[in-house]
Design a protein around this ligand. Structure first.
Ligand SMILES: Nc1nc2c(ncn2[C@@H]2O[C@H](COP(=O)(O)O)[C@@H](O)[C@H]2O)c(=O)[nH]1
Ligand SMILES: [Mn+2]
Length: 422
């Protein structure tokens, strides 16, 4: 049985404030025992220098990204930075309960049934699926991505069948209809090419500069506001598209496995949203009528949308957690966000070189936990090996120590699906 330490009174051993910027507070929710790369902190500090930045917080899964770090929240006043949200707008974790128990999972049979999941969805009507989910747009250029609806995509994206490993809060867990025999389906995917298309529209015009909501130099408010509301509308579409995508992924898997599903949660970790007044007060920021405060999350889960699933890797545990909304000061110190995973430790480009002397492809297709991995791309199999990720239990420990959340249960993988395409 895993025991987590009680959180320290102020979370101070974990929550560290760095003094590197005059305009913005820079904070890390990362203990000394966690893995942390200096380049990720440097990237965090660099974002703190952006105009309008007020607070940047690195989560325990912080790691370097392409120019800006992943696993972080960025709070601005009057400015929106599309590149901080990145290209996979709406990427997130969806979780479903399956109507089978652990004993009913027949590994060989289930593995064989998971076929034809990389190709476009042909069994149904994509437009209708989106319409039924309320995902509509008049922007025809965005509709060209609909062909990818129901597919997982590459990179870190995955679909995973998991079983309950350990229960920490039986009351909350049983409220979800789950017990120690339960089996769940976790989908990690985003808006496929859609977010990239939207980001390009803004980066091509504004580069790395912000969309500004405050009055222009000549006093006119309209242009910046108009651009912001366009971006937000498109972002909202991509987020809802990604939710519908994860739901269709779950549907396709369940059809293959001949099981039924019921939705438990769906939380996006790449987005920008306005901060409400209570959050501003807790952050010590002053509300103004003219300009809004915005929270950008890049690989960070929000704390105001209920339960969150934080996965580790295909070879480690995932944690179902509940943000501690009774402790608004701790949540504020953590930028009203949680880690969205374990976070990468090794660069993709170095994984194969580090591992192939020790592990053959066959070794990587079954994890140390005994779970199966379906991934017919050799490079990807190495790039996504459990060794490439930080230790998830340290990440979880850090967030508990910071007083930001409680663990409901841990889950262990049964089958991880990446791709059957060579
Ligand atoms: N349970 C699994 N977790 C995984 C797997 N591959 C990656 N991961 C975790 O998910 C996050 C996602 O990060 P993102 O930046 O791509 O959104 C990552 O940090 C890992 O901790 C997997 O196959 N199974
Ligand atoms: Mn993601």
């Amino acid at each position: 049985m895993h025991t987590f330490k009680e959180n320290s009174a102020s979370g101070s051993a974990v929550v560290k404030t760095l003094q590197a910027s005059s305009q913005a507070v820079i904070r890390l929710v990362i203990s000394d025992k966690n893995w942390l790369e200096t380049s990720a902190v440097d990237q965090l500090k660099k974002t703190a220098e952006l105009p309008g930045m007020r607070c940047v917080v690195g989560m325990p899964d912080l790691h370097p990204g392409k120019g800006q770090p992943i696993g972080a929240a960025f709070i601005t006043h009057g400015h929106i930075y599309p590149h901080l949200v990145g290209s996979d707008i709406g990427c997130g974790m969806g979780l479903w309960k399956l109507n089978v128990s652990k004993r009913q999972v027949k590994l060989d049979k289930w593995e064989k049934r998971l076929v034809d999941l990389d190709d476009p969805w042909k069994e149904g009507d994509r437009d209708k699926w989106l319409m039924d989910a309320g995902v509509v747009t008049k922007d025809n250029a965005l509709k060209s991505e609909n062909l990818k609806l129901g597919t997982i995509g590459g990179g870190n994206h995955f679909a995973e069948i998991q079983q309950v490993n350990e229960i920490f809060d039986p009351v909350v867990l049983s409220g979800l209809g789950l017990d120690k025999h339960a089996v769940v389906f976790l989908a990690h995917s985003g808006s496929r090419g859609l977010g990239q298309k939207i980001l390009r529209r803004y980066v091509d015009v504004h580069g790395g500069q912000s969309l500004i909501s405050k009055a222009d130099v000549n006093g006119a408010h309209s242009n910046g506001q108009r651009v912001i509301s366009q971006y937000l509308q498109q972002q909202d579409y991509a987020i809802r598209w990604a939710v519908a995508n994860r739901d269709l992924i779950a549907e396709r898997f369940c059809q293959r496995l001949r099981v039924k599903k019921s939705a438990l949660l769906d939380v996006s970790h790449n987005s920008v949203t306005a901060l409400d007044r209570a959050s501003l007060e807790a952050l010590g920021l002053k509300h103004t009528d003219t300009e809004r405060y915005w929270i950008h999350r890049k690989g960070a889960s929000p704390t105001d949308q209920g339960l969150v699933m934080i996965p580790g890797s295909r070879g480690s545990l995932s944690y179902l957690v509940r943000p501690r909304i009774s402790d608004i000061q701790s949540l504020a110190a953590g930028g009203f966000s949680l880690a969205h995973g374990a976070g990468r430790k090794w660069k993709r480009s170095e994984c194969r070189g580090r591992l192939q002397g020790r592990y053959r492809v066959r070794d990587l297709e079954v994890t140390e936990m005994g779970s199966r991995v379906i991934c017919q791309q050799r490079d990807l199999l190495y790039q996504e090996a459990p060794q490439a990720y930080k230790n998830i239990s340290t990440v979880i420990d850090d967030l508990i120590q910071a007083g930001m959340m409680d663990v409901i249960a841990s889950f262990k993988p049964i089958i991880t699906y990446k791709t059957r395409r060579k």
